[in-house]
Design a protein around this ligand. Structure first.
Ligand SMILES: [Zn+2]
Length: 435
């Protein structure tokens, strides 16, 4: 039988034991950071906290939060906790606003990272017999090399195509016999479209896809599975904490198991920072327990999710997190109503005749917020009569009004008129910010 766990001892550890280990690691990490990271020491001092006040996991909520802005303020190396000579890799992310942020890894940190991604690949049913095509960007972005090292660790054959050159990606996928694909979900969709056009779906040998680095819905999962003829798995990560591999899906696909031997996750109220009761939707906060070069305590991710504590049928004891259901900083406030792009995407994916390629345009006209959604039709609808097209647009408007609670104007556009992305998709243009 196929091995389902990469590290059974760890992934299926008794929870009492796991939590005791988390506590021990936390105490050590806090002490080390107090000694080595100026900002952390300053924040602890402001709260009149000493490392000895932290006796275990139960004291976690006493500790100060850390924020993305800290990474910008202490750019590039101000938050590193080890001498730079012991840092063996840096990665960076630009985000959508402002200066880039830099994160670093020691040799041990890179081992932890590949261990985490190896667990994800194994949970997706992959092993040394597989050919894993890594179509995440290689470079400062953590996706490419993160997936690469995990795939190497399980002994699979890595096909490091990186992003771009879609025609060659597909040719490589066919000729080299790729059995797994790693990319952003939007790029997987794009590849799926191109494969359909080329009529080469029958030539694919893909069985699994590991997709992450941007939010995606269950409906999109179905479309990718259909387009590429594979089983699609979600993987979660962010460069500040590790990169891909912080949490991963097992075959049950009911949330992503958090690598809790290395990270503690909390859910807090995005406004007050208060820890929320079990099962609540709120902002994910991560603490790294063992990272050496770039440890963070209570890092505010802005991702909105839930933690699932029920037992999983796969046998892993790690708690799970739901798919992020938006970002607290992606949330659009339109006419006083909170709107997440993912809500709009879910509506579109349930309407026949349109594709999940869309652009949300928010503007302010005469002091009134406007919401316009441009949606691409598929070929069938595009060649249908005007009346049918108008009917679909009206239908989407009705559904959006009931889901969002506010009206939106829907414009259907021809196939392939909305720009595609090879990395993270751009779905929102908020013109109010340009005025
Ligand atoms: Zn599971």
């Amino acid at each position: 039988m196929k091995k389902r766990y990469w590290n059974e001892k760890c992934e299926c550890m008794d929870r009492t034991l796991l939590e005791r280990e988390q506590s021990e690691k936390l105490v050590k990490q806090v002490k080390r950071m107090y000694e080595n990271v100026e900002l952390f020491r300053k924040r602890m001092d402001e709260l009149n906290l000493k490392p000895e006040d932290i006796k275990g996991k139960e004291d976690l909520s006493k500790l100060p939060f850390s924020y993305k802005q800290d990474l910008r303020d202490y750019y590039p190396y101000g938050l590193f906790a080890i001498p730079l000579k012991d840092v063996v890799r840096v990665h960076a992310s630009s985000g959508t606003t402002g200066k880039q942020i830099v994160v670093g890894y020691s040799k041990k940190d890179l081992d932890l990272w590949s261990e985490c991604t190896a667990r994800a690949f194994t949970a997706a049913g992959l092993d040394e017999n597989d050919f894993i095509q890594v179509s995440y960007g290689y470079g400062l972005f953590t996706g490419g090399l993160g997936a690469h090292d995990g795939a190497t660790k399980i002994g699979a054959t890595v096909i490091p195509t990186s992003t771009g050159n879609t025609v060659r990606q597909i040719q490589t996928m066919i000729d080299f016999g790729s059995t797994a694909l790693c990319s952003t979900p939007s790029y997987a969709m794009y590849l799926g479209e191109a494969i359909k056009e080329a009529g080469s779906k029958d030539k694919l040998k893909l069985k699994a896809g590991i997709f992450g680095a941007e939010p995606w819905t269950e409906e999109m999962r179905k479309m990718i599975e259909e387009a590429l003829n594979l089983k699609a798995y979600d993987i979660y990560g962010l460069s500040e904490i590790l990169g891909p591999g912080v949490a991963y899906e097992c075959e049950c696909q009911k949330g992503m198991h958090i690598n809790e031997d290395a990270f503690i996750a909390e859910i807090v109220d995005p406004d007050t920072g208060e820890v929320l009761p079990d099962g609540s939707l709120g902002e994910l906060v991560f603490t790294t327990l063992t990272k050496e070069a770039f440890p963070l305590i209570r890092y505010r991710t802005h991702d909105l999710a839930r933690i699932i504590k029920d037992k999983c049928e796969c046998g892993r004891t790690f708690y799970r997190m739901s798919k992020p259901q938006g970002r607290s900083d992606d949330m659009l406030i339109i006419r006083g109503v909170n709107v997440f792009p993912s809500q709009i995407e879910e509506v579109l994916l349930n309407v026949s005749g349109v594709t999940p390629n869309y652009l949300i345009i928010v503007d302010r006209v005469n002091n009134n917020d406007t919401l316009d959604v441009m949606v691409e039709m598929n070929e069938d609808l595009f060649f249908d009569d005007v009346k049918s097209i108008e009917k679909v647009a009206k239908d989407i408007e009705t559904k959006l009004r009931s889901v969002l609670g506010i009206g939106a104007k829907v414009t259907l556009v021809g196939p392939k008129t909305i720009e595609r992305s090879e990395g993270k998709a751009k779905r929102v243009v908020d013109k109010r910010k340009l005025h």
